[in-house]
Each structure stands twice: as structure tokens, then as C-alpha cells.
Ligand binder design. Structure first.
Ligand code: SAM
Length: 597
């Protein structure tokens, strides 16, 4: 089995490929499926078809609706799945009905069955979810893994507080996610994790100091329950009434010889626990010490559902060893993959969007300098055509990535006009930036496509048309007629409108443009992993400060009149990371922003 591979595609199809995933090949699975329940808990339980739910559901990911696929999957589970799982899903379906939660449960169940198959007997699975569906998922997981293999429901406080009450919310702040932790069998890989003592714990418990100045606390060597020879006399005393020695005589001798035993005035022994020898407090099932990724953390890439590395590191350290294989079948921007690489584990990541796979690829390159192997991307013209037919947006992301363009997130779904990708480069010595704008056409093209691009690229430096079909003669003539762009930095002309076919991209052809001084994608560049996570950017004397409200002033469509808040600064490109009020994070050149709105 290959490891350290990023798979592009639906995880169900990929997991079912036994060449990729034979039985019992994975040590640890972490999955964080998309489920945008934070929007409105009730909406998800409404029957599809209601006017309100139709409108609001559009805001959610397309993945979990009661579609024909959900219906088919439901029948597959009930008729062909393991009996008890089929029964459970049938009963839930009778009760809940055809809504988004049921679609989510059905689609998750079929994948969880497969994930259970690929786990080793010593393996574990952590399912990251939230209270919207966690209790339904626990029913499903209990059937697949058996209740005996349920280890924990971990509560992760993902945010510090919510001010919903100000908007009239009548509930306590919803601040946590759930992680349902199961093992495949009774003896999973397990490494206890420890949290450093708080200063309060140190001052309250470790206040005694020995003759060498070492802080320690005293702990009784007795226990409530007997076990073996535990009531013996030790240096003239027995354990207090109702208690038993927790250690054998030999162990007591050993501790005494090392000077670890302290005797009270009545002769009762106590063990000295030295602060500098204690690993900390064993981690419990409520995690409040893993903060969310701060808006200015270097770790933040701008991927909406990105989880903190520290969260994944704890899970990976606890439930795997070096060299083990960690799988994230919904890998997003690759936090689990990056944490696994950092901790010397092997890894496998799957995501259904090219955007995510590309992001993980860049993240691994930026953090560790490694080129990840990819699978599932088109490798020839046939593959590219198949992708274009199956999913236009993934085709666009794939094609723009081929020429190093960042996909433009403001593109409206369904609209044919507009820009699909952007490459930013330095135009002159003053540090002015210009852009290459990219349009991708997966269908039939004519000279109109070039004319349209000439309009869209009007004020930009260069316009690029990527087509599946070869360009016609009139298209080439129209492109040449557009003239050229002159780079002041390199004192050189470049064709203003360029047409690249997918065939040419597959052969490695790139845009004819000035060399790039930056390689940024839509998302922030990941820091080298040796750097301290969560550092604040050095702000110095900059045009904007963190938290400043700004409005886009560029005459181009992309940022014009959009309002947002500055949340970061990229010193390499002198761009600001702005969280626009529409929820998108984008890097923006300061000259395209005005302060104060
Ligand atoms: C909540 S995000 C994961 C975020 C991730 N934990 C991180 O820290 O970046 C869920 C991801 O699952 C992907 N996804 C959704 N359905 C999928 C499927 N059927 N197969 C593979 N990936 C899928 C989405 O594209 C999205 O990137």
C-alpha cells in the first residue's frame, strides 16, 4: 500500500479501492466531515422542500441533502449493509424522515463502515462533529465499532465565547465540538498525553521544597481497593482504616532506598512527587487548552474549516506511534496530514475538491519542503475531459493550478462571465503589482470567448484563456489584435491575450509573463513548521493595523466597494489579509484599500 499520498476524489470510491486501502492497513483515522450546523440547528431538521429551508440550505455545503444519491445509499445500507446497521438506519429514517440530518447520517454510515474495515486491530478513529448530529452518529458508531470500543466523547472548546444573547438568543453560548473516539478492538495503541501544570496547581500543590531546592508534593501510597498483599506492616505502621497499600513491599523498598518516602510524625509514609519529574496532568476528556486559530496566527491559511495543528498533534501522539499510518478522508487544508508529517507518521489524505488538495500540496511544500504524491488528478487529455464533464468547478481549479494561478473565490456559481484565476506579479521597481487574469472554458469556444476575455482583462496586464478545445484561426487573430503588455521591471513586452489549451498545459506550457516574485495562492502560505505557531506578524509602521476596517477602492471588479477587517499582513508580498464582510479572507495589495468604514 502506498502512503504519503493525497487522493483527489470522493472518499467512498477511493476507500473502496482495495489496492489503495486493503483491510486493516491504517493505524489512526481522524475525520472532520463538513456539516455547517452552526448556521441554524432547526433548519437541518426541516423537511426539504419548505420555502425557508430551500433558501437557507443554499448557504450550506451541497454534500448533505436528501438527494437521489442519499436515497440510493439508504437502500444500499438497509438491504446490503450489516444487519444491525441496516436496522438502525431504517429505524432512524422512519423517525427522522428525509432531511439533511438523515442524508448526513446515511452518507456517513456508508463511509464509516469502510473506515472500520481499513483500520488495524490496534487502530483508532476520531470523528469530529458537533452537537447537531453527534448523538445520532454515536448510535451509528456503536453499531459499527461496538459500544465496548467506545473510548471517549471528547469535548473541545473551539471558541472562547459567543455573544449570541445580544441578538436575543435564549440558550447558553455554543462553544464546543465533539470528537467521538472509538478503537477497533480492546487493545488500541495508546500513549497518555499530559498538560503542563497551571501556575495555580504548582503553587497549591508543589509548595514544599527539599534540601536541594526542588519543589515537591506528598502523595499517599495507599488506595481504596485491595489487590494482593496490601495490608502488610511497613516500618511499624499499617495503612489507615479502610485503605490498603497501593504498592508491593519491593516497590516500597525501592522508593525508600531512593529517598522518595517521607514519614509523618505518626510514621505514615508518603511519596515525594518532584515537580520537575512529573509529566504534567494527564489529559482528560474536556479540552479547553487547545485554542482556536487566531486571526493573525501564522498557521491560519484562510481555509474556513481549518482546525488547529495542536488539536491534531494531541490525537496523533495519543493514538499512534512513529511510522504508523494516519488517514484523514476529509482532509480539507490538511491539518491532520501536516501534523502526521511533523510527528514522523506516514499519512494519507483524501478530499473531493481540487482546491483542498492543492492547498495541502502547497502547505506540505511550504512547511517541510516536500512534494506530495497526488492521485486522482487528470494526467492526460481524456482525464481532463472526464473531469470537465463531471465537475466544472473542480476542472477550473485544476486548470488554474496548472499555471500557478490562484482560484478566485468571488466567482459566482453558475455565472459564465468573470475570472477563474489570478496571478499577481511585480510590474515596476516602485513595487506596483499587476495581474494576469485567467478564464477557463470547458465547453465549445469561439472568437466570442476571446472578445469576452479582452473586455474582462481590459485594465489588467494579461488575460489568459484556457480551453479544452483548440483555438480557431479567428480566435488566434483576435488574441494577436489585443497587442501586448509592457513590463517596466523587465523592460519587455508580453502578449496581452494568451490562449493555452489543456493539451499544452499537460505538456508543461505556462503563461508568457514576467517572472513572479511571489507564489501566493488564494490562501496564506504555511509557515516553516519549525517556526513557533501562532506568532503575531511584525507590524512595524504599516499602513493598516490589525482590526482596521477597510473598503476596497480598486477600479477592478474583485475588491471594489467590498468592506472588511484587516486580520493579517504578509511581509513577503506586503499584502494585507482582509476578512471581507461576506466571510471571505483574501490577500489584498494596500493600494487597493481605503481605511475606515
Ligand atoms: C470540514 S473540512 C475539513 C477541514 C480539515 N479538518 C482542516 O483542518 O482543514 C471537510 C472537507 O471534506 C471535503 N469533503 C466533503 N465531502 C467529501 C467526500 N465525499 N470525499 C472527500 N472529501 C470530502 C470537503 O471538500 C472539505 O475540504
Amino acid at each position: 500500500m502506498k502512503t504519503n499520498v493525497l487522493y483527489f476524489g470522493d472518499n467512498l470510491e477511493i476507500l473502496r479501492n482495495k489496492e489503495y486501502f486493503p483491510d486493516g492497513c491504517i493505524d489512526l483515522i481522524y475525520l472532520d466531515p463538513p456539516f455547517n450546523s452552526k448556521k441554524d440547528y432547526n433548519i437541518l431538521f426541516k423537511e426539504n422542500g419548505g420555502v425557508e429551508s430551500e433558501a437557507q440550505i443554499k448557504a450550506f455545503t451541497d454534500t448533505w441533502h436528501w438527494t437521489q444519491i442519499a436515497e440510493n445509499t439508504y437502500h444500499e445500507i438497509v438491504t446490503k449493509g450489516p444487519l444491525k446497521i441496516g436496522k438502525l438506519i431504517g429505524a432512524l429514517h422512519d423517525t427522522i424522515g428525509n432531511n439533511d440530518v438523515m442524508a448526513y447520517l446515511v452518507m456517513m454510515t456508508i463511509r464509516l463502515v469502510e473506515l472500520h474495515r481499513v483500520l488495524k486491530p490496534t487502530g483508532s478513529l476520531y470523528l469530529h462533529c458537533d452537537p447537531t448530529a453527534s448523538h445520532y452518529l454515536k448510535l451509528v458508531l456503536d453499531q459499527i465499532f461496538s459500544p465496548a470500543n467506545f473510548r471517549n466523547e471528547i469535548v473541545w472548546r473551539r471558541t472562547t465565547s459567543h455573544g449570541d444573547w445580544k441578538q436575543g438568543a435564549k440558550h447558553f453560548g455554543r462553544v464546543h465540538d465533539h470528537l467521538l473516539f472509538y478503537s477497533k478492538a480492546s487493545n488500541p495503541t495508546w500513549n497518555p498525553q499530559f498538560i503542563p501544570f497551571s501556575s495555580e496547581q504548582i503553587t497549591q500543590q508543589y509548595y514544599k521544597v527539599d534540601e536541594n531546592g526542588r519543589s515537591y508534593r506528598l502523595v499517599t501510597p495507599t488506595a481504596k481497593k485491595p489487590g494482593g498483599d496490601t495490608s502488610y506492616e511497613w516500618r511499624g505502621v499499617r495503612p489507615p482504616k479502610g485503605r490498603y497499600w497501593a504498592y508491593t513491599r519491593e516497590k516500597m523498598e525501592e522508593m525508600d532506598k531512593k529517598g522518595l518516602l517521607y514519614y509523618s510524625s505518626t510514621g505514615q509514609p508518603y511519596i515525594r512527587y518532584y515537580l520537575n519529574e512529573r509529566p504534567g496532568v494527564a489529559a482528560q476528556s474536556i479540552w479547553t487548552d487547545v485554542p482556536p486559530i487566531s486571526p493573525t496566527a501564522k498557521e491560519r491559511l484562510g481555509y474556513q474549516t481549518q482546525k488547529p495543528l495542536a488539536l491534531l498533534e494531541r490525537i496523533i501522539r495519543a493514538s499512534s506511534n512513529e511510522g504508523d499510518v494516519v488517514l484523514d478522508p476529509f482532509c480539507g487544508c490538511g491539518t491532520a496530514v501536516v501534523a502526521a508529517q511533523k510527528l514522523n507518521r506516514r499519512w494519507l489524505g483524501i478530499d473531493i475538491t481540487h482546491l483542498a488538495i492543492n492547498l495541502v500540496k502547497n502547505r506540505l511544500r511550504d512547511s517541510f519542503g516536500i512534494e506530495a504524491e497526488e492521485d486522482g488528478q487528470p494526467k492526460d487529455i481524456g482525464g481532463a475531459k472526464a473531469l470537465a464533464q463531471k465537475d466544472r468547478y473542480n476542472f477550473q481549479w485544476w486548470a488554474t493550478d496548472k499555471i500557478g494561478a490562484r482560484p478566485v473565490s468571488e466567482k459566482k456559481k453558475g455565472a459564465d462571465q468573470g475570472i477563474d484565476g489570478i496571478i499577481t506579479f511585480q510590474h515596476d521597481r516602485k513595487g506596483t503589482y499587476k495581474r494576469v487574469v485567467v478564464q477557463v472554458k470547458s465547453g465549445h469556444v469561439s472568437v466570442n470567448a476571446v472578445r469576452e476575455l479582452r473586455t474582462v482583462a481590459g485594465e489588467e496586464a494579461i488575460g489568459v484563456l484556457i480551453t479544452l478545445e483548440p483555438p480557431t484561426e479567428p480566435m488566434k487573430v483576435e488574441a494577436i489584435a489585443a497587442g501586448s503588455y509592457h513590463s517596466e521591471l523587465y523592460d519587455k513586452d508580453y502578449p496581452k491575450i494568451q490562449i493555452l489549451t489543456i493539451e499544452e498545459l499537460l505538456q508543461g506550457k505556462i503563461v508568457d509573463m514576467p517572472p513572479q516574485t511571489q507564489t501566493s495562492v488564494t490562501f496564506a502560505k504555511a509557515p516553516k513548521i519549525s517556526k513557533k505557531e501562532g506568532e503575531q506578524p511584525a507590524m512595524g509602521r504599516l499602513k493598516f493595523n490589525m482590526g482596521d476596517r477597510v473598503i476596497g477602492n480598486d477600479r477592478k471588479a474583485s475588491f471594489r466597494d467590498r468592506k472588511g477587517t484587516v486580520i493579517g499582513y504578509e511581509p513577503r508580498t506586503h499584502e494585507y489579509l482582509v476578512r471581507f464582510d461576506d466571510g471571505r479572507n483574501e490577500y489584498v495589495n494596500p493600494s487597493w484599500l481605503n481605511r475606515g468604514v
